[in-house]
Design a protein around this ligand. Sequence first.
Ligand code: EPU
Length: 422
Amino acid sequence: MKKFIINGPNKAIKGEINISGAKNSCLPLMAASILFQKKIILKNVPFVKDVLTMKDLLISLGAKVELIKKKKIIIITNKKKHKLIVPYNLVSTMRAGVLTMGPLLARYPKCKIKVALGGGCALGIRDTSWHLSGFKSLGADNSLRKGYVNISSKNGLKGNIFKFPKVTVTGSSNLIMASVFIKGEHIIKNISIEPEVKDLINFLNNSGAQIKFIGRRSLKIIGVNKLINGEHTIIGDRIEAFSYLCVGAITNGRIKVKNINPKYLNTELDMLKKIGYKIGVYGNSIMISPGKKLRPISVKTGPWPQLATDNMPIILAVLTKVPGKSIIEETIFSNRFMAVPELKRMGAKISIKKNKAFIVGQLKLKSADCISSDLRTTFSIILGAISAEGSSSISRIYHGLRGYDNLQNKLKKIGINIRFKK
Ligand code: EPU
C-alpha cells in the first residue's frame, strides 16, 4: 500500500506555495459543461484524482474531454446526445458525481435520467433528498429503483419558489444548473454562498445565463434558450491555501501562499490572528509569520462565511501545539473528527463529546504509523507528522491525492522531509 513517510520534527518552515485552482469549483464547472452544445474551456484546473474521476464520468456520458496538463486547461465538448445514466462505480468513488443530475435534467427534462445514489461516505450520511426536492419544485418527479434515482419531468421544467431547509453546497449548484433553461423564473432561497458556488454562477452568467442575487441567500433565475462562450478561469483553492498556511503555523515558520483571494479566508485568517500568529495580506497572497504568544480558541464550523468544515481538521492539528484548552464545534458533518485517533496516537490530548473536540495543546508529539480515512484528515495527519519527533508513516494517502494538487512536491518544496513508499 502506498505511504508517505515524514521525518519530523520540522523546524520553522519558510517558503512560498502557488495555490492551485479549487477542486470544489472545478467539479461543478466540469458538470456544467453538459449545459453547452459547444466546447467549454476551463483554466487553472487542479489535476487531482477527483477531477480525473469527473473526466471519466463525463466521457461515460458521451463527452469528449481533452486535458492539457502543462497549461492547466481542460476542454470539454458535449456535441453528442448524452447517455442518461450516471453509474454507481463513479458516484461511489466521488460524491460530486451527483452534480451531473442538475445539468442533465436541464438539457433533457422530459427524458428519464438515472443517477446512482452514492450512499454514505467517511464524513457521515451524504443525502441528496434536498437536491431532489429542489428538482421537484421545478416539476421533476423522482422514484427509486435498484439503488438508482429516476428523475424526469413530464411537462418540462417550470419556474417556482424553493427554499433549501439548510445550506447545501452541491445541492445549490445542482438546482442552479437545473434551472438555467426553465420556462419562466425560479426563486431559490437559502442558497449556499460559498465562493465555489459563486464561481459557478459567474461562469454561467458570463455564458448567457440569467442568475441574479435578490437577497443575501436568495437567487432569481430567468430561463434562457442556450449558453454560449464557455470559457472560465477557476478560482484559487481556499482549503489548500489554509492547509499550507497551517504548515507555517504548526512549525512557527513563515509561509506565503500565492494566487488566492484572501477574502475567501476572512474567518480563518481572523482565527489565526486570534491564536496569535501574524498575518499579512498582499494582493492575492497571504503570509503567516510566528506570533509572540499563542492562545487557545473556541471555534465553530458553519456554511461560508463561517469557518469551513473542510478547514476544521487542519486547525485541529495546529491546536495540539497551542498552549491551553481549545474547543472546536463541528456543525456540518456527523463524522468529521477522524483525524483525532491518529493525532492521539502521536500523543495529542484531545477528547470528543458529541460534536465538540476539546484539545489540550503544547504537547510534544511523537511519530506514529497512521492511516488516513478522508481527504482533509490526510493533511491533518501530515501536520501532526511534521511536528512529531521521529519518522511517521501515513497510509491510504490516495484520500489526500483526491483533492490536494501535487501534494508531495509542494511539501518538499518548502522543506518538509517527505518521501513516498510503495
Ligand atoms: N445534506 C442533507 N441532505 C441533502 C444535502 C445535504 O442532509 O440533500 C446535509 C449533509 O449530510 C451535510 C450538510 O447537509 O450534513 C451539508 O452538506 P453539503 O450538501 O453542503 O455538502 P456537499 O455539497 O456534499 C460540499 C463539498 C465538501 C464540503 C461540504 C461542506 C464539494 C464537491 N464538496 O459537499 O467538500 O465539505 O460541501 O462545505 O463541493 C472536501 O472537499 O473535502 C469536501 C468534503
